[in-house]
Structure formats: C-alpha cells, structure tokens
Design a protein around this ligand. Sequence first.
Ligand code: SIN
Length: 510
Amino acid sequence: MPSPNCAPDTSVASESIATSRLKGTALDLASEGIAMVPETQERFAVKDPSTGGLIALVPDCDAEVALGSITPALAAQFHWRHQTAFHRAEILHRWRLLIEENVEALAEILTIEQGKPIAEAVGEIRYGMRFIEWFAEEGKRCYGDLVPATGQDRRALVLRQPVGLVGAITPWNFPNAMVTRKVAPALAAGCAIILKPAEDTPLSSLALAVLARRAGIPEGLFTVLPTARPAGVGGVLTSHPDIRKISFTGSTPTGQMLMAQAASHVKRMSLELGGNAPFIVFDDADLDLAVATAMQVKFRNGGQTCVSANRFIVHSSVSERFTAKLAEAVLALRVGDGLDGASNIGPLINEKSVSKVSRLVSQARDQGADVLVGGHVHSLGGNFFEPTLLVGVRADMAIWEEEIFGPVVTVCEFTSEEEAVSIGNGTPYGLAAYFFASNMDRIWRVSEALDFGMIGINEGLSANEATPFGGVKHSGVGREGSRYGLDEYTELKYLSLGGIGRPLPDRQCA
Ligand code: SIN
C-alpha cells in the first residue's frame, strides 16, 4: 500500500498504460488513479472495447486488500461524520468543480474503456456531476423530527445519523455516474465508502478518486478497489460486520447473491438490478414522437442500460406504420469507434456480450421472428453489432424474457388495452416502462396498472438527480438520486426525553 506521506509513483502506473490511446490529462488522471490503488502482486488488463487493445494494467485487489481498507475507512469516517453538513458540502462542491474542469479528460477515459460515443460520455460526466451537487445540498436538509409526545414531561425526537461504512459495487455501463450516484449521498450523509468498480471499466472511478482527493476528501473516506476477482473483494464487503450497507448496481442474479451474503449481518441494501422495459404504443399515440423516443431509449449506450426499452408492444392498427418509421431511423444509425464524433453507436462492452446478443437474435429468427434491419455482428468486427429490428417476436422467445443489453428492437402486437398491460407486466422485472397514448383516462389507467418503479409517458425517462431512480420486484430495492436517495445512507434514531418538567399551572402564567 503506498504510504500516506509519499506522492504516488505515477511513473510505474504510466508504464502500465503506455500503449493505450489515453493522452494528456486523461493519461495523467488514469496514471495517478492507478498509483493510488493499494499495491498487490497481481495486475489485470483493461481492454479498449473498440480496438481490443490494452489500455492499462491495474492492480488486482484481493480479499486481503479489501480487509486492509476497512480500518482506515472507519478512522476517516469517525472524523468525517462529526463535521458539519456545511463543511461536507463545501468539499463535495469542490469535487464537482474539479470534475467539471476535467470533463473532456474524464469523457475520453470513459469512452476508451467503455466504448460509448464521446458525446454520450460527456453527457454521463455531467449527469454524474449533478448527483454530487444535489447531495451536497441535500446533506444540509437531512432533517430530524420532533414527534408529539405521549406525556407532558416528555419529548420525542427523531435523529438521522449516517448508516456507517458503505460497500459499493458499480457497473461498467455507466462507470462514472453510477459511482457519483452512490459516493455523493454516502459522503453527504457522513459515511465512508469502499467501492469495487466493474473490472471492464475501473479507470473512470480511479480518475474520480484522484479528483476527490484533490478536492480535500480525506484519505480512507472514498477507496476504490479494482479487481478482476470480484468474489474476493465482494465477499469482504458483504460479510464484514463493520460494513453496514451495500449499494449495488448490476444484474439480478448478482444482486440476489449479495443480498443472501449480506443477510447474516442484516445489512442495509440498495439494489438497482436488471430490467426488461416494455415500450407500449397505443393506437392514439403520436407515432413520430414514439419513434423519436424509441431511438433514444433503445439505442442510448448501444442498448446497454438497465432502463433500455427491451420489449416493443405495438397496437396492431399502427404497427406497420410504426415499424416502417423505426426501420428508417435504425438504418440511419452510424456504428463506429466512440472517439469518432460521427458515431452514434459504439461497440458492445466485450465478446461475451456480443455472443449473448448474437445468440438471442439467431434463436428468435429460428423461432419465426422476422429481421427487418441488421441481425449480425457488424462488418467492423470485434465487439460491434448491427443495430437490429425484429418483428413478430413472441413472449415465449428468450429475447423477450431476457434483458438484451444490445442495440436490438423486438416488436410484438396487441389489440386491447388490457392485453397491452398484461404483456407489459408479464416479467419478473419492474424497473422502467414507457407508453405512448393521448387519451387522458387511458394515461391514468395504464400508469397506475403498470408494475414498475419508473414510467415514461409520451417520453423517455428523464432520469436526473432530483427524481427517484429504482425498481420493484426483481429489479431491486431502494431508490437513488432525489431526496429519497439520501435516506438510503441514514438511520433513524428515536430519542425519548423524559422528566423535563410539566407546563406551569395557568395562574402562574397569568
Ligand atoms: C443504468 O442503466 O443502470 C442506469 C441508467 C441511468 O441512470 O439512466
């Protein structure tokens, strides 16, 4: 582990990224981030999903390193939790400002390790930054309550206190914003946080940690532990009694496993898991608006988001017109390297994703779905997949049941409102849903009947720092962002204060 008094040895780290496409400030931030990781014998390769080239060799933390990070985190937290919310906010605002000053470098790191088009990467950094700003201020509004007491000589108070040390596990699809969406509320509430980023994309979180340190966030308070052996670090986060909360974004099976592991210490859990979002187009929908929105909510990040529209459920009377317009828009998409400003679809994250998407598409085709556009690995090769449009998809096909996580639209038809709602709800997932209609009665009926945590009505989801993000059923528990997001990092404590004197008798008040 580097000594706290020594400057990190960035020359060693620079060597481990000398061959990548990172340049200038992006290279410096990545190098400094790597040098901040507790030193271990092992290193793992982070690869560029566009070129397959090596970006960096990153220290591969194991369970022992994770255990070693707990005592410094607890020490840092002890000091931090007793600071005022105003002091914590000041430091968080400084962090946000440094991120803003380094947007381009952070976006470059993000695109090179994750693949998304550079304009989307800039959008993600700005999205992530806003969580820091929001929670810095929400920390100042972390109010308690004075509850009506049951006796004249009593007072009942409710305090909100930090939940304690947090273990966070973040995904590769939003390697920047999912970090700030967890770290900012934890720090604002007075907690320390140990983060295990996804092994495909550790550099964005390391760069954020560098800027956090420069902003004055004390050592130990926000620790990043990259690893290619997630079971070791994850196991410590879920099983160590001093880690009081787990916040995870990722797949449902992993979330279920973490929940089971954390059960023996009854840890607080926030789980933002998989989705299988329906996108319902009723016969009274504005079709142009539905098509434009479908393009956003299906192809953002190449379809690799938990809130991506996965199942298009379209009224039979408008289906042909809707799919014709959609096919035209899908054909106009440009696939390519995310650093090329003209690309609007980057590569999938890795070969495993390409195999999964290929398997789902070919099985659907074999079972009778028609491919109107795309359907194959892209001619660019590697991890690039063609934007694809399938019609005649049925609920018994794997592509309908599973989260696709790729640039593939699947369409089935319906004839009645009840049928549309029943197909939409016909999944164990309950994260996001979308529908398009103009009749107000229908809008209310369908909004109330759909069993999802977030619903976009005649629009995509404007997920942002002020609104609650999260799902129901197999899509998870808890909410991120918004005023509710801070609650996830606090505990309520009830103080019953007795013997404090009764009111003066009336005559003494006169
Ligand atoms: C996710 O896909 O996990 C997050 C998407 C978002 O925040 O919009």
